[in-house]
Design a protein around this ligand. Structure first.
Ligand code: ADP
Ligand code: PHD
Length: 423
């Protein structure tokens, strides 16, 4: 069996959905294929705006209306010859349920509410894709990922219960895959302790595809993108990029760790453990090979450039003229792990520990609360982490990487050059 994952860009309008259906038709046997789909276009960002307006007591209803109109426009175009198709009622009902969830309650934290609202993007898109596949005479069943992927109630970044998830997927899905296409949501799972939704981290649909692929021992997992495959840099940032035909799991994991947004960082591991190939292919030119990620030799001499934006440098400076020592470094790192604060780069000197991390104001406030007694804590925001794998002399000039606004931190090893710059 195989798993196909389609992201927001691949289902952003009616033509895009038609293209997805033609890929499923042409590149699968209409069975033994599990299709994992994200929310359409920028729907997840729109849902975040709706939630934030609701929390600020601003007008969120008109934002819901806009999002509903966006989806209705797509289904009206797709089901022109079938205006009575059930999908119209289903989408209407999902928007009704979305509005119902937006009711003030003191029992529900903002993060928990976030997950109950944000999941609607994927719920709506998968209903539409499944209905359109059936409309195109491709037998398809919609399934609810929350019944198969179980996660902890770490809202916004649920941690997978692998044993339960693997057992359920293995027991229930193979039969269902026998003679039809299964369509399900990326990015969402069900809670282990209630029947609530838990999301798996922004852009986490790739990870969902890897979970299904690993649990079903798939022949391969294909992620369909708007680029020809994995390139040595984001083509939106660098001209004349190079396509990797083959890439080792290790190198791919490294690129995603440094911030290559083309695949979610959690995607590689479950597939690498089972040696399941991960293909990254273009939904614009689906007949092209794309990139195959597997157990290939590491690419020692390819230069790759990765930009990770929305970074902050947080500095912990000792208040008592004590040096930053092993003991307090350990305490700081323990708390960073507890609050899921990513450490993308570190530097320590006699009195200071500096970390480069993803900007997150509320997590920063938490750190200040925790460590204020012993440390002066400062954050510098609006930064970008640039990582160059296998750099060469003059690499910055060659790739036109401009440092005019200032570099705050720089680190070089034999194979990797990293710098944090202002943007
Ligand atoms: N190394 C890279 N190779 C290819 N694409 C990259 C790379 N780094 C960043 N990207 C960007 O990732 C984008 C695709 O990811 P994304 O927009 O998240 O897709 P989707 O939402 O459809 O899953 C590309 O359009 C490209 O600009
Ligand atoms: N819709 C979610 C999950 C996701 O993975 O989306 P995409 O595949 O479009 O990056 C998000 O935007 O975060």
């Amino acid at each position: 069996m195989k798993v196909f994952k389609f992201g927001g860009a691949s289902v952003k309008d009616a033509d895009a959905v038609r293209n997805v259906v033609s890929i499923i038709n042409n590149f699968s046997e209409r069975k033994q294929v599990m299709v994992v789909v994200s929310a359409m276009g920028k729907t997840t960002n729109k849902l975040e705006d709706i939630l934030s307006s609701f929390l600020k007591d601003e007008d969120f209803v008109s934002l819901i209306e806009d999002l509903k109109a966006f989806h209705f426009d797509i289904i009206t175009k797709l089901f022109q010859e079938d205006p009575k198709n059930d999908i119209f009622k289903q989408v209407d009902n999902l928007f009704f349920l979305l509005e119902k969830k937006l009711e003030k309650s003191d029992d529900v934290s903002e993060n928990e509410l976030y997950d109950q609202i944000i999941c609607f993007g994927e719920l709506i898109s998968t209903h539409i894709i499944a209905a359109y596949l059936n409309h195109a005479n491709i037998p398809t069943q919609w399934i609810d990922a929350r019944h198969y992927i179980l996660a902890s109630e770490d809202w916004k970044e649920g941690i997978i219960n692998w044993d339960w998830t693997e057992q359920t997927i293995r027991t229930e899905l193979p039969n269902m895959l026998e003679n039809q296409v299964l369509v399900t949501q990326g990015f969402i799972g069900g809670s282990m302790s209630s029947n609530k939704t838990v999301t798996l981290g922004r852009e986490g649909s790739d990870f969902s595809a890897a979970i299904f692929g690993a649990c079903l021992d798939a022949d391969h997992v294909t992620i369909w993108k708007d680029v020809p495959g994995i390139l040595n840099a984001d083509p939106r940032r660098i001209r004349n990029t190079i396509l990797f035909n083959e890439l080792s799991y290790k190198y791919a994991a490294e690129l995603t760790y440094y911030g290559a947004s083309v695949i979610h960082p959690k995607t590689i591991r479950p597939l690498a453990i089972k040696n399941i190939p991960l293909l990254v292919k273009s939904f614009i030119k689906p007949e092209q090979q794309g990139t195959r990620i597997g157990n290939f030799p590491t690419e020692e001499d390819v230069t790759s450039i990765i930009f990770k934006s929305k970074q902050s440098l947080i500095t912990f400076e000792e208040k008592d003229f004590l040096n930053v020592n092993r003991a307090n470094i350990a305490i700081i790192f323990k708390e960073l792990a507890r609050y899921h604060i990513e450490v993308n780069l570190t530097k320590n000197s006699a009195h200071k520990l500096t970390i480069c991390t993803n900007t997150n104001k509320s997590k920063f406030r938490k750190l200040v609360q925790l460590f204020d007694k012993h440390f002066h804590i400062e954050s510098i925001d609006n930064l970008e982490l640039v990582t160059i794998k296998n750099p060469f002399h003059d690499v910055l000039t060659a790739y036109d990487i401009n440092l005019d606004k200032g570099v705050l931190l720089e680190q070089k090893t034999d194979t990797t050059y990293q710098l944090v710059r202002r943007v």
